[in-house]
Ligand binder design. Structure first.
Ligand code: LMR
Length: 397
């Protein structure tokens, strides 16, 4: 039986890192996997994380199990960070979180919870993060694509998206990106978010919001508009949250699934299902990352240090966007890449075909995913001219 299993192709995103590492060319450019990088291609441990982890390791007296909800204080700290202490759902104890192994763990448990509650279909705007479909279909949901982004014009096609959304029924699920859309960088406006929630209220479908880049778009509060509105307006909603990028904790797998229920008791019921689903898959989340996040968020000084480091990362990515667009203009590309400064977060998507991404890689050593997604952290003063020259060669010549 096991001998029937053939070798799979490498993962569409993670496989890029291995291919990049194996490429001997010195001038290669890594615009692949979504990790923050400095201009010298490092992904440093944040200072606030270093301090918190030193304190944890020095004071740790046991490696016994964590409770099913995760590290003490973690869930409340994430809920307060994302929704704010003043939010009505928080004040009414209708918003609670469990710690999960990264945002992926939250998406999978969320998918399982929705399936258990009777959902069969989850609708996603196209394109979406490559791992959404595997995670949600593994939970038994049918994943259905709705038109979302016009790749030629590099903008959201909101009318087309809403034509799809308007057909959703009660028991359907709509997956949205909380901020910093992956892979396009094209975020919904507040007005568009309000329109979607009008539809959700009218048609009674469930909104599931994936928030993996909180703080990377316009700051922690502005980036939370969608989740705060969902928690304020909708009877119930689910939010998956990742601490991989904004705490730089990628390999520690720290994330959360937040349930906002109709009442405090309903939310407790949702949490009990989430922890029972987790028990059936991995029992409880790993400790280290969640302990770091909860220590930072519960300490005024560490929290201020973390906010300032996150703000520096955000500004650095925005700076890279500006650098790329300015260089493209200086190298006679006109307004071809101007859309990049109108987008947010780690990614933008070049208007290129899969075949063109292969030419970028094979001829110019420029690595991006097959849909043209580029990680803006990989752009720097040392490679931006080569990148624009490659774009000219592959796309415009
Ligand atoms: C990405 O989108 O590149 C990251 O979220 C890493 C991943 O797991 O795909």
């Amino acid at each position: 039986m096991l001998s029937d299993l053939d070798l799979l192709a490498p993962d569409a995103i993670l496989g890029l890192s291995a291919a990049f590492r194996a490429d001997p060319r010195e001038n290669k450019i890594d615009l692949g996997v979504g990790v923050f990088r400095t201009p010298d291609n490092q992904t440093p441990v944040m200072k606030a994380v270093k301090r918190a982890q030193t304190q944890i390791v020095d004071n740790e007296s046991t490696k016994s199990y964590l409770p099913p909800e995760g590290a003490p204080g973690f869930g409340d700290a994430i809920v307060n960070l994302l929704l704010s202490e003043k939010h009505p759902a928080v004040k009414d104890a209708r918003a609670l979180a469990v710690q999960t192994p990264g945002g992926c763990g939250a998406l999978r448990i969320g998918g399982e919870l929705l399936k258990r509650a009777g959902a069969n279909k989850v609708y996603v705007g196209e394109p979406t993060w490559a791992n959404h479909k595997p995670l949600l279909s593994a939970a038994g949901l049918e994943v259905i694509a709705l038109p979302f982004y016009n790749k030629e014009n590099c903008v959201i096609d909101f009318d087309d998206f809403m034509s799809g959304v308007e057909k959703l029924e009660a028991d359907d699920v709509l997956l949205l990106h909380g901020c910093c859309h992956n892979p396009t960088g094209a975020d919904l406006t507040r007005e568009q978010i309000d329109t979607i929630f009008d539809a959700a209220e009218k048609q009674n479908f469930v909104v599931f919001i994936d928030t993996a880049y909180h703080g990377f778009g316009e700051g922690l509060d502005n980036d939370a508009y969608m989740v705060r509105e969902a928690a304020r307006r909708l009877p119930s909603t689910l939010i998956s949250y990742s601490c991989s990028k904004n705490f730089g904790l990628y390999r520690e797998r720290a994330g959360a699934l937040i349930a906002v229920g109709e009442s405090a008791d309903h939310t407790k019921a949702l949490i009990s299902h989430m922890t029972s689903l987790a028990r059936g898959m991995y029992s409880m989340p790993p400790g280290h990352g969640g302990l770091i996040v909860s220590s930072i968020l519960q300490d005024i000084d560490l929290s201020a240090m973390w906010r300032s480091e996150l703000s520096d990362m955000r500004e650095a990515v925005i700076g890279n966007r500006e650098l790329l667009v300015k260089t493209a203009q200086e190298m006679q590309l006109g307004d071809e890449l101007d859309f990049i400064t109108r987008q947010r977060g780690m990614f933008s998507m070049l208007p290129v075909t899969k075949e063109q991404t292969e030419i970028f890689r094979d001829k110019h050593g420029v690595y991006m995913t097959g849909n043209g997604r580029i990680n803006m952290c990989g752009v720097n003063t040392g490679n931006v001219e080569a990148l624009v020259a490659a774009y000219k060669d592959v796309v415009l010549s």
